[in-house]
Design a protein around this ligand. Sequence first.
Ligand code: FAD
Length: 309
Amino acid sequence: KLTQAHEDGKAPATFSFEFFTPKTSQGVQNLYDRMDRMYDLNPLFIDITWNAGGRLGTLTTEMVNVTTTVLGLETCMHLTCTNMKLETIDKALDSAFQCGCQNILALRGDPPLDGSESTGVFRYAKDLIRHIKSRYGNHFCIGVAGYPEGHPEESDLDKTIEYLKQKQDAGGDFIVTQMFYDVDLFISWCKKCRAAGITIPIIPGIMPISTYAAFFRRAQWCKIHLPDHFFERLEPIKEDDSKVRDEGVKLVAEMCAKLLQSGCVNHLHFYTMNLEKSTIMVLRELNLVSKQQLVGMDTRPWRRSLNPT
Ligand code: FAD
């Protein structure tokens, strides 16, 4: 059932992995190893998130430099503009440009936690996109964020679609969505986007399930709908992390298969949360990576074991 999406002469689905900047130097080194291993699975690209403020913003540009020039990975750099001076934004963009990175996910970022107004030079993501276009022309392929169940600050879904169209018109080349588990809501949103004149590729953001607590917390944080069958299958086993992960893999793989079969998307973007196992198990269940690729990962000479965590 899961492989039907790739039949009938359709091109095989592709996928990508998102990673966030770790807090320690050891964490960064471990992540490079993990990215390198996971790149053996042939993702189209990897992304590195932007964590505004202090060292972590600079760390994103440093990591993009290493993944692009040392590891040779097709990398997409996230960049936010809340509380960001023009000089800081340009420094990040110049760094990406100089190291050969060609993909930016242009974001506004979350508003300041203390409720104050952003002091940044740009108000919305579309302003950042316009700036990137005016400074670098078509060098960067620009991604933008989409919200199939609306944005926490805007309850009117139609308005969020209108704003998404503005991001396309400003120069956005593709959309990566917020995580979701309700495929029907996603498909209906995709159709609304297309009806509103949004023509660029829509890439669904997929969050694998690691523990019940994390699954529930993230869904509440993003204010997304959890379909009943997720509860029915996860609730009875919620105290057993390993059972939750196994069942979570099946649920997420079924969801991905339904997405691919819908014809709305042909690419899956995984929020890895810097972990390997759940994402790899979903890809395996979908038949998007082969057993051989996993064995290959395991036997590279410098590698002690796959031991995904
Ligand atoms: P915008 O598109 O600018 O929208 C922000 C708000 O303004 C929305 O409520 C929107 O409805 C409203 N709006 C937009 N245009 C207008 C207009 N013309 N008039 C009135 N209102 C308008 N955050 C990070 O800090 N780092 C990351 O790396 C990061 N990565 C992300 C990756 C993805 C795939 C997604 C979906 C989100 C990510 N975020 C990240 C979170 C994101 O920064 C927040 O959700 C943020 O609140 C909105 O960013 P945006 O780019 O969608 O903003």
